[in-house]
Design a protein around this ligand. Structure first.
Ligand SMILES: Nc1ccn([C@@H]2O[C@H](COP(=O)(O)OP(=O)(O)OP(=O)(O)O)[C@@H](O)[C@H]2O)c(=O)n1
Ligand SMILES: C[C@](O)(CO)[C@H](O)COP(=O)(O)O
Length: 237
């Protein structure tokens, strides 16, 4: 049984540019609830997560209108212009000795079982780690950045060692804070927490999760997230 304190940080301050919708994607409704509410319900279902800090944009006047905002285990703070800045803002509210479990607001389909699997693995190994999926496609490296119409292939990567990072990502708060601040000081941009630990020569655990833990990023992800939440029984078909 886990006895250490685990505080969840939910970065939810993004603008959702790639969704190309009028409101940030965390406030799009799937069934009766917003994406953010689905995500928070998943985290609330684990009693071992004692507190959840939701990091919202300073322009966000919507979060506090949601009933879930007054849940006693939930509080909020304001984030910054990058995901890393938002996570750091949340981390400043977490005791150094606690575990920080960072989970994207935009990943509402994560399962209770996969969060528990990560927590158990991390606590047992006493080493930070992340949920991830093994890469199953054949991966090509392009000659140019992928923002041109038809870049050409320069090589096929060996996928045996490749994983796609997901969230939650769980680390001791002090280590994560120090590693993220070091990366920031050195001008290294981070798209996840593990990158900060890697930058400081740590080796986080990879814990395999189900492939339904998608990040809602583009419009075509929405029907997929809806289907997964239906299959999981969170919304009616
Ligand atoms: N300044 C930011 C940027 C992102 N996020 C959060 O980080 C998670 C993953 O980021 P991403 O999918 O890139 O979200 P957006 O930044 O909203 O999307 P986009 O990049 O398409 O604008 C999301 O829950 C998002 O709200 C955040 O808290 N603060
Ligand atoms: C943290 C993350 O969800 C892991 O896949 C991802 O890196 C966030 O990246 P984005 O650049 O904000 O989409």
């Amino acid at each position: 049984m886990v006895s250490q304190s685990i505080i969840a940080i939910v970065p939810a301050a993004g603008g959702g540019q790639r969704m190309n919708m009028s409101l940030p994607k965390q406030y799009i409704k799937i069934g009766q609830a917003t994406i953010l509410e689905h995500t928070l319900h998943k985290l609330l279902s684990l009693p071992l997560i004692s507190r959840i800090i939701v990091v919202i944009s300073p322009d966000d006047h919507f979060f506090t209108t949601l009933a879930i905002a007054s849940n006693p285990r939930i509080s909020f703070t304001h984030g910054g212009s990058t995901r890393a800045q938002s996570v750091l803002a949340g981390l400043t509210l977490v005791n150094d000795d606690s575990w920080a479990l960072v989970h994207d607001a935009a990943r509402p389909c994560v399962t209770h079982a996969d969060i528990k699997k990560l927590v158990d693995a991390v606590i047992q190994a006493n080493c930070g780690g992340i949920l991830a999926t093994k890469v199953t496609d054949t991966i090509k490296q392009s000659s140019h950045q992928s923002n041109i119409d038809f870049p050409t292939i320069i090589k096929t990567c060996d996928r045996e060692y490749l994983w796609a990072a997901a969230t939650p990502q769980m680390f001791k708060a002090k280590l994560l804070k120090e590693s993220m601040l070091k990366a920031k000081e050195d001008g290294v941009s981070l798209t996840d927490e593990a990158s900060a630990i890697e930058y400081c020569h740590g080796q986080p655990l990879l814990v395999e999760c189900q492939r339904d833990n998608i990040k809602v990023t583009r419009p075509e992800d929405l029907p997929l997230a809806t289907l997964y939440l239906q299959e999981q029984g969170y919304i009616t078909k």
